[in-house]
Design a protein around this ligand. Structure first.
Ligand SMILES: [Zn+2]
Length: 189
């Protein structure tokens, strides 16, 4: 499982940090013709798209690496959209934010450090991260958020629609697509 880490890369309005799984020899970029070091197997956003840095000054708002509350009335958790890479057997992941109901957010928070929490039924959530490369937008796609063992980010399962991101999650992608994503992130969409 890839862990989020590494340098932050700005994409559109959001900041993505790269999840590097292993030393990669790099790849020759079809956009700029240069060789880029390493091929990230995932990207992660630091906040829901609706987060504004000014919220940090408010008592009723908070942003941590895994949870976010805005004005005491909007609740988000960070999770992973995992996509199998068919030709290598690896997993590509988007670290995204999903909004939960107040009730489910409180429940998740209560169970945050509780062993066995992965027995929770999935929570409904709206995707609140706009990912590059997908059309129509990934904002407000319907998801189910699956709690995993303590210390692991939840698994975000997209509703099985014909949205390209949902199709990719169901059917997997190729390493060529991972490279295409890297090029888009490096060169701003
Ligand atoms: Zn390039």
């Amino acid at each position: 499982m890839a862990r989020t880490g590494g340098s932050a890369v700005a994409v559109g309005g959001g900041h993505y940090s790269r999840a590097m799984t292993q030393e990669e020899p790099g790849f020759v970029c079809s956009r700029c013709g240069e060789r880029h070091a390493g091929l990230p197997m995932g990207y992660s956003t630091e906040a829901p798209d609706v987060w504004d840095p000014r919220h940090a000054e408010r008592e009723d708002s908070v942003l941590s690496p895994d949870q976010c509350v805005i004005r005491g009335e909007h609740f988000f958790v960070k999770g992973l959209i995992e996509i199998p890479v068919r030709d290598t057997g690896e997993t590509f992941e988007w670290g995204v934010w999903v909004s939960l109901s107040a009730q489910n957010f409180r429940r998740a928070d209560e169970l945050w450090e509780t062993p066995g929490r992965e027995a929770e039924p999935p929570y409904f959530g709206w995707l609140t991260t706009e990912l590059p490369l997908y059309s129509p937008s990934t904002l407000n796609l319907r998801t189910h958020v699956h709690t995993r063992e303590v210390g692991r980010r939840p698994y975000v399962e997209l509703e099985p629609t014909d949205h390209p991101l949902a199709v990719e999650q169901r059917e997997g992608i190729t390493l060529a697509r991972v490279r295409e994503i890297a090029e888009a992130v490096l060169h701003g969409g």
